[in-house]
Design a protein around this ligand. Structure first.
Ligand code: ADP
Ligand code: GN1
Ligand code: MG
Length: 356
């Protein structure tokens, strides 16, 4: 561990003396470390990405409020993230321009990059559905928007077109096919935002980043344990949470798979997740249920648009580990959208059957 990391860790109310601190996990946004102390206690130590999250105090206050609310409704102490304060009682540490925080490590847990089987995916649906259900009575106006317009797909298109017009890296000419695909879907992809604006779909407290690896499952039983990565918890649509889970977890290949022939949306996994989500979250309206397939398609397209925007812009937002990484990610998302279009009638039928 570097002397700097040690110095920072010493400012938190840890049990014992930190003896190691290593990079951890597969997140694209924060810098995550696993730290161990001489008593064997383990902690997650993170540098919060303040370029992405411009109001870190507001974000940490959201997390504090939401975890406090969830703890009152959760029996298992490992079932909710626990923020470890600094020695002077703050929920994060400011060091120069950087922001750091510590969470208790949730022992006996696993985060999956892909479901091993349908049951894993079902359990994640229960976890995220339950999360939303438990927050249904949380006063949504107390939360700040940690990233304004995060799932405003109309605004994501606006930013895409702005970057495309500048084309700062000169990359647009290589990806004309992808650009055309994005633009040909613009009108349809604004549907949910228009329904949110008109009040047809209700604003709820949502997680907004419901990838499978943002829920910890019990390492023994593979039952849901704890929903993590709470940075984007804020007002949103239930369809964002449903859709983002399908985008990531009902896919038959990794988000950055290069061989697009491997990438499909599994209708079986779609059915499994739908069943879990509607079972755990009883508050969905008829309109929300009807729009679930559109939630899946919109979140997938939006994520593809974000990856492609970042590729055109020079890869400033998502962590990249190889050349063309964001382009590969964008392509998998577009392949998924095309596959959903082929399977659209089946997706609607499944939702109708599972929400009876
Ligand atoms: P990012 O925003 O970059 O995705 P996350 O908060 O999701 O960062 O953390 C990255 C990874 O670290 C997670 O996917 C998970 O594997 C692991 N992780 C995060 N918090 C905990 C925790 N409290 N206990 C155990 N593992 C954790
Ligand atoms: C980011 O932080 P992480 O890796 O869980 C991103 C999500 C994207 C996802 C794509 C704050 O999630 O919106 O869907 O990558 N989070 C943020 O993998 O932008
Ligand atoms: Mg994460």
């Amino acid at each position: 561990m570097t002397a700097k990391l040690h110095e920072l860790l010493k400012k938190f109310a840890l049990e014992g003396e930190p003896v190691s601190c290593e990079r951890y996990g597969f997140g694209h946004i924060n810098e995550t470390y696993l730290t161990v102390t001489d008593t064997g206690r383990r902690y997650i130590f993170q540098r919060i990405n303040h370029h992405v999250f411009q109001d870190v105090p507001g974000l940490m206050n959201n997390i504090y409020l939401v975890t406090t609310h969830l703890k009152e409704r959760t029996e298992n102490p490992n079932g909710v993230m626990t923020v470890v304060p600094t020695l002077d009682g703050q929920i994060f540490l400011k060091d120069g321009e950087n922001f750091w925080r510590v969470y208790d490590f949730v022992e006996g847990s696993v985060a999956l990059q892909l479901p091993r089987n349908e049951q894993d995916f079902y359990e994640s649906a229960i976890a995220f559905g339950d999360f939303q259900g438990k927050l249904a009575d949380f006063p949504v106006e107390k939360l700040v928007e940690t990233i304004p317009n995060f799932h405003n797909t109309v605004d994501r298109y606006r930013i895409f077109k702005e970057v495309l017009a500048k084309d700062p890296m000169g990359r647009a000419k290589e990806v004309q096919e992808e650009i055309d695909f994005v633009l040909s879907h613009e009108e349809e992809m604004g549907t949910l935002q228009r329904m949110r604006d008109s009040g047809e779909l209700p604003s709820r407290v949502t997680h907004n980043d419901t990838k499978l690896n943002n829920v910890l499952l019990d390492a023994q039983t593979y039952k849901p344990l704890c929903v993590i990565d709470l940075d984007t918890v804020m007002p949103g649509l239930s369809l964002y949470d449903f859709g983002d889970s399908i985008r990531f977890g009902a896919a038959t290949a990794a988000e950055d798979e290069k061989d697009l022939s491997k990438m499909e949306m599994s209708l079986d996994l779609f059915r499994t997740y739908t069943r879990g989500f509607v079972t755990a979250c009883k508050t969905l309206t008829g309109k929300e249920l009807e729009m679930l397939p559109m939630g899946a398609k919109t979140m997938t397209m939006e994520c593809g648009v974000r990856f492609l925007t970042d590729y055109l812009d020079g890869d400033h937002y998502f962590a990249v580990h190889r050349e063309g990484h964001n382009l590969d990610r964008a392509r998998t998302q577009f392949k998924l959208v095309r596959d959903m279009e082929k399977k659209w009638d089946d997706m609607k039928k499944i939702v109708a059957e599972e929400s009876k």
